[in-house]
Design a protein around this ligand. Structure first.
Ligand SMILES: NC(=O)c1ccc[n+]([C@@H]2O[C@H](COP(=O)([O-])OP(=O)(O)OC[C@H]3O[C@@H](n4cnc5c(N)ncnc54)[C@H](OP(=O)(O)O)[C@@H]3O)[C@@H](O)[C@H]2O)c1
Length: 333
């Protein structure tokens, strides 16, 4: 027997790696999602900095391709796509800005004010204006979901809110930045100095040309603040987090740690007493937090379920899109 289908119209704002990943996974999974969840996901608008495309009946693959090549674009701003195009879910995937949250903050506020649900991978609005955006979402009776903003594909927020519902969460600690983990893993394994491995990571596209936000621990602090605000109901900002990055770590320190049965990892930790900290820490080699390469990991300490550890890919367009897709489906199921 065929299930009743509910059409869910989606717009994507910001069509870089993640935005394109979302379009790709919606195309790949459309039929399976319709069969399994009764949701007909239809992309009706995409807005990027260089133009927009809109089709209220659903964008074709050719139209989406046109956006990538710059053909037949409409001169409609992202804000107008969010406000004027009829749709249910706005996916926000513009660059993270941790100074003022823009342009993502305006997109999120506009979408909620226009009665759209919001799913975002953008850390800025959630880390800086959590109270404002969640209160607006509640006032408008809309959902605001942001699983992809922390740990990419790795579920933490929905894991705590849904699967661990009823548990008291004591603390969350983990590796939330794949660039730092790659650098520390390579330094330890190959006995190479920090500057050498950083250059290698930049060559591979694992570290950005300006890696400061990653290596100084700011990216980890921003993600920690998202967890602190959304899981521990704190109302904090990343500037309040005690942060030490990885720039001072030497191959000698890693060797000493190795001799004693430890690795050094950049760990972010938040606990229910309000402590928030990002710092390199000694981790016993047998500890579940000892994951290598660009992997992310988080151990959630709970009062009923004990310790739960999740490991996964913290970055990548399809991986981030996986979290976004699951957030969209979660709104309707
Ligand atoms: N990449 C990942 O693996 C990953 C994982 C988890 C979370 N995230 C987060 O997801 C977001 C997107 O990441 P990304 O890697 O896809 O970044 P990206 O490749 O830089 O894509 C962002 C896109 O947004 C566009 N944009 C900038 N301002 C805009 C505006 N006002 N209106 C509409 N579009 C605008 C950019 O255009 P221009 O290029 O012309 O500036 C670009 O095409 C970021 O906040 C990031 O932190 C990324």
């Amino acid at each position: 027997m065929s299930r009743k289908q509910e059409t869910v119209r989606v717009t994507i704002v910001g069509f870089g790696y993640v935005g394109r990943g979302v379009a790709e996974v919606i195309k790949r999974k459309h039929d399976a999602i319709a069969r399994k969840h009764g949701i007909d996901l239809t992309i009706v608008g995409i807005a990027d900095l260089y133009g927009s495309i809109v089709n209220e009946n659903g964008l074709s693959e050719e139209e989406i391709m046109n956006l990538r090549t710059g053909k037949n674009l409409k001169d409609i701003s992202s804000r107008d796509v969010i406000k004027e195009v009829e749709h249910e879910v706005m996916v926000e995937a513009t660059p993270t800005n941790v100074d003022n949250g823009e342009p993502g903050l305006t997109h999120v506020l506009t979408a909620l004010e226009s009665d759209r649900h919001v799913v975002t991978s953008n850390k800025g609005p959630i880390a800086l204006e959590y109270k404002r955006v969640t209160e607006l979402a509640a006032k408008r009776g809309k959902e605001l979901r942001f699983e992809a903003s922390v740990g990419g594909a790795m579920p933490i927020i929905s894991l705590v809110r849904e699967n661990l519902a009823g548990n008291g969460i004591i603390s969350i600690e983990g590796i939330l930045n794949g660039t730092c983990n790659y650098i520390l893993t390579r330094m330890a394994e190959e006995k190479l100095p920090y500057e050498h491995v950083l250059k290698e990571a930049q060559g591979l596209g694992i570290a950005e040309a300006d890696p400061s936000k990653d290596i100084e621990g700011i990216d980890t602090a921003v993600k920690l603040v998202i967890l602190a605000n959304s899981i521990f109901d704190m109302n904090t900002a990343y500037k309040e987090v005690e942060v030490t990055g990885i720039t001072e770590i030497t191959p000698e320190a890693l060797k000493l740690a190795d001799d004693e049965g430890y690795v050094i990892k950049l760990i972010g930790e938040v606990d229910r007493d309000g402590s928030l900290k990002v710092a390199p820490r000694l981790v016993p080699k047998g500890n579940p937090l000892n994951v290598g390469g660009t992997l992310n990991v988080a151990t959630i300490k709970t009062d009923l379920a004990g310790e739960i550890t999740v490991i996964g890919k913290g970055a990548g367009p399809i991986e981030a899109a996986s979290a976004i897709l699951s957030d969209i489906i979660g709104i309707y199921t």
